[in-house]
Design a protein around this ligand. Structure first.
Ligand code: FRU
Length: 481
């Protein structure tokens, strides 16, 4: 048996045994993706291959902490119901195997379909003190069991001018040529190194497709360069960027000059818990994005229950007629809707309490702002019976910001905010799931995603306004898998 197969078998056996222990997860979300055991971070290898959606992810099965990185794997027919699959990649070769206690493993990457075959690309990482990062591939016959070809690493060194930070390959095809961007840093500025290939094995360096001007971080993790309508976009997770965590640059890609030029950039999500976003094009032609619904510098209260990490709901990324980026939840999430409560044209004075309660919910609320005398308008979710615990989602009419206030949400604190364009009607589309709240504002103009850790009885909803406001439409669904 080869080393990879041994490492995979060991991980799968461990996971099977661990699941049998049935450790209670009081914070387990009902419809967000989580690993069966242990630690999860970035989404990897997102693809729809022969009709089936594949979600791979950075995975440390052996504990609730980040550790030697494996690739977990799950598949779905509808982006909503996921089936866990055996571990896809486990560290087993010298280019990804380090000493105990040191960071090493199969780091983030992507997937493509080549001649009907699924192929994975990832970074082999060793030696966290003196990091060595190389690009590798893995192949499969059945889409479940993966092999590492002897030609690995396919890119054995970073090009000379780049730093040793050289990871997270994202591969795509354009006009019959394969391209790969790899996250890196040049002279202290984040960059996306571009490679091209005819056969996915032999890669030529084409220079940096884009680089920070000094304001967009000193290292770009998880770059993702893709066509979007008549433009191109470059999504990166910049390290040490002032005021940015995961940005999407919109601009043009010149495949002859190998350069991406940005017109502007947006924050992919304005919440605290959002990182390492990756996209893929599905068979319906949608550009779909998942991200890790956490971040590195944060508390993980779920570690007490033996697990950490969740994915966001999948979101469709598009440009509207004005060329502005929009992020919207995929329509398949409607499959989760159970009961529905609806109210139209409610004259809200101070507060309104709907009948529905729950910790896994979808809410659509439209506030008519044209003649309100309130400064603060919004709602509380995950609210306790005594009213002391809640997550507050508030629109401040004077500043034009949506604020998600976590200071009473349980175990964490902070206020996330997003400034929105002036509008007569505010629409909030909210997904609540036990330990997370995702708020899509005005059809995906802005999104705010946060983890929260309330008591498991805090399940109430309450709409509020300082004075009065007309709620033109309120829809609430309980969500269940
Ligand atoms: C981003 C990241 C990647 C790396 C992976 C390691 O969250 O730091 O750059 O490949 O996580 O787990």
């Amino acid at each position: 048996m080869n080393n990879h197969k041994k490492a995979i078998d060991k991980a799968n056996t461990y996971i099977e045994e661990k699941i049998k222990e049935k450790q209670e997860r009081t914070f387990q979300p009902s419809y967000h993706f989580t690993a069966p055991v242990g630690w999860l971070n970035d989404p990897n290898g997102l693809i729809q291959h022969k009709g089936i959606y594949h979600l791979f992810y950075q995975f440390h099965p052996y504990s609730e902490d980040w550790g030697p990185m494996h690739w977990g794997h799950a598949t779905s027919k509808d982006l909503v119901h996921w089936e866990h699959q055996p571990v896809a990649l486990a560290p087993s070769e010298d280019y990804e195997l380090g000493k105990a206690g040191e960071g090493y493993g199969c780091f983030s990457g992507s997937a493509v379909t080549n001649n009907d075959q699924l192929v994975l690309f990832y970074t082999g990482h060793i030696d966290s003190k003196n990091p060595k990062e190389v690009q590798c591939m893995a192949t499969t016959e059945d889409g479940i069991h993966f092999e590492k070809p002897a030609i690995n690493p396919i890119i054995p060194n970073p090009p000379e001018t780049l730093s040793a930070d050289f990871r997270d390959p994202k591969v795509w095809a354009y006009d019959g040529v394969w391209y790969m961007v790899v996250g890196t840093s040049e002279e202290g500025h984040g960059g996306a190194a571009l490679f091209q290939s005819k056969d996915l094995m032999d890669w030529q360096y084409c220079g940096l497709a884009a680089k920070s001007d000094g304001t967009l971080g000193d290292m770009w993790e998880c770059p993702d360069l893709f066509p979007i309508q008549h433009k191109h976009a470059l999504v990166v997770s910049p390290m040490n960027m002032n005021g940015g965590k995961n940005i999407m640059m919109v601009g043009d890609m010149d495949y002859k000059l190998h350069r991406f030029t940005k017109d502007y950039f947006v924050e992919v999500d304005e919440g605290f818990d959002f990182y390492a976003a990756q996209t893929f094009l599905d068979e319906k032609g949608r550009r779909i994005l998942f991200a890790w619904m956490d971040q590195w510098e944060t508390e993980f209260p779920t570690k007490k229950e033996g697990w950490a990490g969740a994915m966001t709901v999948p979101r469709v990324v598009s440009l509207n007629d004005e060329g502005e980026v929009r992020f919207q939840p995929v329509e398949e999430l409607q499959l989760l809707r159970k009961g529905k409560e609806q109210h139209k044209h409610v004259e809200l004075t101070h507060s309104f309490t709907p009948e529905t309660s729950g910790q896994s919910l979808e809410l659509k609320v439209n506030f008519d702002l044209s003649n309100t005398n309130s400064e603060g308008i919004g709602l509380h979710v995950l609210k306790s019976e005594d009213g002391k615990e809640y997550t507050e989602i508030k629109y401040d009419t004077s500043s034009g910001e949506v604020l998600v206030d976590l200071n009473r949400a349980g175990q964490i604190s902070g206020i996330a905010s997003a400034k929105i364009k002036e509008c007569d009607e505010l629409s909030l589309h909210i997904y609540v799931d036990r330990c997370s709240v995702e708020v899509f504002i005005n059809d995906g103009e802005k999104v705010i995603t946060n983890r929260v850790y309330p008591d498991n009885r805090s399940n109430r909803i309450e709409l509020f306004a300082d004075n009065t406001v007309n709620v033109s439409d309120l829809q609430i669904w309980s969500l269940e898998k």
